[in-house]
Design a protein around this ligand. Sequence first.
Ligand SMILES: NC(=O)c1ccc[n+]([C@@H]2O[C@H](COP(=O)([O-])OP(=O)(O)OC[C@H]3O[C@@H](n4cnc5c(N)ncnc54)[C@H](O)[C@@H]3O)[C@@H](O)[C@H]2O)c1
Ligand SMILES: CC(C)[C@H](C(=O)O)[C@@H](O)C(=O)O
Ligand SMILES: [Mg+2]
Length: 361
Amino acid sequence: MKNYTICVLAGDGIGPEIMAQGIAVLRAAADKCGFGLTLTEGLIGGAAIDATGGPLPAETVRLCKQADAVMLGAVGGPKWDNIEKAIRPERGLLGIRKELGLFANLRPATIFPELKAACLLRPDIVEGGIDIMIVRELTGDVYFGEPKGEKTVDGERAGYNTMIYRESEIRRIARVAFEAARKRGRKVCSVDKANVLDVSQLWREIVIDEHKNYPDVELSHMYVDNAAMQLVRWPAQFDVIVTGNLFGDILSDEAAVITGSIGMLPSASLGAQNPGLYEPIHGSAPDIAGQDKANPLATILSVAMLLRHSFDQEQGAAMIEKAVRTVLQQGYRTGDIMQQGAQGLKLVGCREMGKLVAANL
Ligand SMILES: NC(=O)c1ccc[n+]([C@@H]2O[C@H](COP(=O)([O-])OP(=O)(O)OC[C@H]3O[C@@H](n4cnc5c(N)ncnc54)[C@H](O)[C@@H]3O)[C@@H](O)[C@H]2O)c1
Ligand SMILES: CC(C)[C@H](C(=O)O)[C@@H](O)C(=O)O
Ligand SMILES: [Mg+2]
C-alpha cells in the first residue's frame, strides 16, 4: 500500500479547528482510496513564537522538507500584532513558502450551485456558474523585494518596499498559467498595472513573449483596478487569471465573495517539485476563533487539491469535492454561508461540518 507523509502546520486562531476537520476528511479519504498516511506536526506563526521565540523554527522547515506534502491552517492574530516586525507570525508563512520554493499559488474560485443564493452578487450574474483559476506568483514582488525598511526622507520617517520581478520569475509563472488554461477554458488574463509600474511593463512584455509557446491559448491583459471591478461585475468572463503576489492576494480575497464566503476558497502552493503546501486562503479569523463557528470547507477542499496535485489521487480529490457538494445539497451551512430566512437550511458548527463531509465520502 502506498504511504504518504504529510506535515501538518495548524497555526493560530481558527487554524487548529479547521485543520482538525481537514485531517479527519483526509483520513477518511485515505481509508476509501487505500493509501496510508503518516502525519507529522510542526509549529508555525504565533504558536511557534510562543514556544520557540520565532515564527518558523528550523525543525518545522526540516519536517516540511521531509514530507510529501504540507497542510497549513492559518497564522497570526492580535496577540502578536505588536511584536517586532521581523518575527511577526506572517513571516513564518512567507518563510516556509520561500524555503520550499513555492512560487505558484493556485486559487480556484468556483461557486457551488447550492451557494448561488448565498452569494452577494446579483443572481443573474452567477446564474451561469463561475469557475476561475487565479494563478498568483508567490515568492517574489513587493513581498520579498529588497531594499525595504525605514529611512528618513526630508527629515521625516518613511517606510518603503521594493516591487521587483525577475524575467525568469515572470516566465515560470506565466507557463503555469498557460498550462493550467490548456486543461480548462484556454483563456489567460494577465493582470498588472503596466500603465504606471515599470515592474508591470516587464511583466506584460514577458507574458506576451512566453505566450508565443502557447498559440492555442487566448491571452488578454487587464489593469488591476479594472480587474477588481470586472471580477464582481462579470466574473464569468474569466478563465485563468495570472498575476503577481500582491495583486493576487487581494484579488483572491475579492473572488471569495463570488463563491459565497472566504471560508470556501482553497489553495495549492506549488514549486518545481514536492512538497506542495495546501491551505485555505483566509486567515486566522480571530473574531470567531475558539467558538466552533469557522467554515472548514476551504481547508477540506485544500485536502482535495493536495490529493490531486501532490499525490495524483484524482479519485480521492473528486470524492471529497462531491461529499462537500452533497452536504451543501442536504442544507447544512456554517454561519458564513447561511442565508437568513431560507427554508430547509441547518446551521452547523465547524466540527459538525467536518464530520458530515467525512461521513459522506
Ligand atoms: N494564510 C494565512 O495564514 C493568513 C491569511 C490572511 C490573513 N492572515 C492573518 O490572519 C489574521 C486575521 O486577518 P484578517 O481578519 O484580515 O483576515 P481573516 O481571513 O482571518 O478574516 C477576515 C474575515 O473573514 C472571516 N473568516 C475567515 N475565515 C473564515 C472561515 N473559515 N469561516 C468563517 N469566516 C471566516 C473572519 O471571521 C473575518 O470576519 C491576521 O493576523 C492576518 O495577518 C493569515
Ligand atoms: C498572511 C499573509 C502573509 C498571506 C499573504 O499575504 O500571502 C495571506 O494574506 C494569504 O493570502 O495567504
Ligand atoms: Mg491573503
